[in-house]
Design a protein around this ligand. Structure first.
Ligand code: MCA
Ligand code: AMP
Length: 493
């Protein structure tokens, strides 16, 4: 068991003079930092947070676009033993209210424009104020805090089938184990140049991206977000050797001119995909255009990384590869009995990567953890040679561009609308995003689509907005009243 700093100190202290990071500052000016500068900046930020009264175990919300200050704040929370609560910047007041009331952060660090989305009464701290205070504390040394490897480092909210998000309690040891696993499995070294375009409020960007960078001491370029239109110049200028993306990003990369793809592929060493299924045709087209087989892996907020295709050997399209070293994966039936190879069942996971449970949700924790195993809710099979193929989920989760959408949350909002008698939401295949949500509505009479859309937009992150509102006379239901979503009339754009 180890604390995150044990892992990160090789770079922060051991490689202090090395160039670590290229990003832009709050004004958009280029900024380069060494590992040593990251160490001293985060000491000052830790001192500023301490001066504001934060102590180990306090929760601190981080509600920011990908700015370099997230890294300072994250390292400061790690050093102080705080529990960070990184929050999706696309969330709106309703979604944030739940997280803030559940995690009870002492404060949420944000910017004035994003603060406007926080529920009234939230203690919002302006990130620029914190940074100003940190600069005034120049020379601050590391706080002296005795840290336990089993202590929570972050609460990351992930939706449940009820639509109410639950905070997965990720410990120092969870993050450390995960970083060691992927650095070893993907041979990440200080010779790498890592392009990070993933949002840092999810474990893909934070637990894999930031930690793989700091644990390996490689160079990272952090961009605010992935944009298809800017991807070509970004890749050609930075010449990354390493890229982590969601499938939507690879679909966008396939839109680049052939010569650029070849040039990008020539500099690259490894492309990794996760968070949603990578369509086999994307893997094949990418191999043809970029000369690399994307390495697909499988993870979850609650478990960090579970399985991956091999670095050497067959990266098999449509599979998520084998369990990582140190991670046990079993495929079991409803009663918890192991299924034979090639037979479908639910994936149960055990290992140092698995979170401690859900924050203040003993019921949900008890439902998901059985004798030290975590029930993922993902369905799949394992081949005789260990390769796992995911086949969907027990729940109705929709994954759009790598962001999760629970139909129930949208359905509940639709049912509050005047004139909506019944509503259901399904995921419809989409070439770019993988899936998009589409609503089916039974109405009492006239419905104003635009008014409904405006209302939903004010209540939900933009990626959850249904692509269409399809009118139906009734919803197909089982004798017990459950909606049979597969029997709904197909919708095409
Ligand atoms: C999208 N938008 C964003 C971001 N992404 N805003 C801020 N930061 C972002 N990262 C907004 C846009 O402003 C726009 O808003 C809308 O979303 C659609 O953007 P667009 O560029 O048209 O979309 P796209 O080309 O389809 O690309 C979207 C994307 C994005 C960049 C691929 O979906 C994305 O960043 N996905 C990553 C999700 C992720 O990291 N998941 C990891 C979960 P508007 O509609 O208002 O104009 S962790 C996980 O699943 C497990 C553990 C795992 O295995 O990793
Ligand atoms: P999250 O709740 O955001 O942590 O998303 C985790 C879920 O994303 C998993 O339970 C899977 O259903 C899905 N997922 C992650 N990686 C993959 C992958 N490579 N292929 C298919 N689904 C994936």
């Amino acid at each position: 068991m180890s604390c995150l700093l044990d892992l990160l100190d090789d770079a922060l202290i051991g490689s202090a003079a090395r160039a670590a990071l290229e990003a832009v500052d709050a004004e958009g000016a280029p900024l380069t930092l060494t590992f040593g500068q990251l160490e001293t900046r985060s000491n000052c930020v830790a001192a500023a947070l301490s001066a504001r009264g934060l102590v180990a175990g306090d929760r601190l919300g981080i509600f920011l676009l990908n700015r370099v200050e997230i890294i300072d704040l994250w390292l400061a929370t790690v050093k102080l033993g705080l529990i960070a609560v990184p929050t999706n910047v696309l969330y709106r007041e309703r979604e944030l209210r739940h997280i803030v009331s559940d995690a009870e952060p002492k404060a949420v660090v944000t910017t004035p424009d994003l603060a406007a989305h926080l529920p009234p009464g939230t203690a919002a701290w302006n990130v620029d104020d914190i940074m100003r205070e940190a600069r005034a504390l120049e020379g601050a040394t590391r706080p002296i805090v005795s840290l336990d490897a089993d202590a929570p480092a972050a609460l990351i909210y992930t939706s449940g089938t009820t639509g109410a998000a639950k905070g997965a309690i990720l410990t120092h040891d969870n993050f450390t184990a995960n970083a060691r696993t992927i650095v070893e499995a993907w041979r990440i070294s200080d010779a790498d140049r890592f392009l990070c375009a993933l949002p840092l409020f999810h474990v893909h960007g934070l637990g894999n991206g930031i930690h793989a960078w700091l644990a390996s001491g490689c160079h990272m370029k952090l961009v605010e977000r992935f944009e298809g239109a800017r991807a070509e110049s970004l890749f050609l200028q930075y010449e990354p050797t390493l890229f982590f993306g969601v499938p939507t990003m690879y679909v966008r990369l396939l839109e680049l001119p052939a010569a650029s793809a070849v040039a990008i592929g020539r500099h690259a060493r490894l492309f990794v995909s996760g968070s949603a299924p990578l369509p086999p045709h994307v893997l094949e087209s990418f191999r043809e255009c970029y000369g690399h087989a994307i390495l697909e892996r499988y993870g979850m907020t609650e478990t960090l990384m579970n399985a991956g295709n091999p670095y050497d050997g067959d990266r098999r399209a449509g599979t998520v590869g084998r369990a990582f070293r140190g991670v046990d994966i079993r495929i079991r039936d409803e009663s918890g009995l192991d299924m034979p190879d090639t037979t479908s069942g639910e994936l149960w996971v055990r290992g140092p990567n698995v979170c401690k449970g859900y924050w203040r949700r003993a019921d949900a924790t008890a439902a998901s953890f059985v004798d030290g195993w975590f029930r993922t809710g993902d369905l799949g099979t394992r081949d005789v040679d260990g390769y796992i193929t995911l086949q969907g989920r027990r729940s109705e989760l929709i994954i759009s561009g790598g962001f999760n959408i629970y139909p129930r949350e949208i359905e509940e909002l639709l049912l509050e609308q005047p004139g909506v008698r019944e509503a259901t939401v399904v995921g419809v295949a989409d070439k770019v995003r993988g899936e998009v949500p589409v609503a089916y509505v039974v109405s009492d009479g006239q419905l104003d689509d635009q008014a409904i859309e405006r209302h939903l937009r004010s209540q939900l992150a933009s990626f959850k907005l249904p692509r269409a509102f399809v009118r139906v006379d009734s919803l197909p239901r089982t004798a017990l009243g459950k909606v049979q979503k597969h029997l709904l009339p197909p919708w095409t754009p």
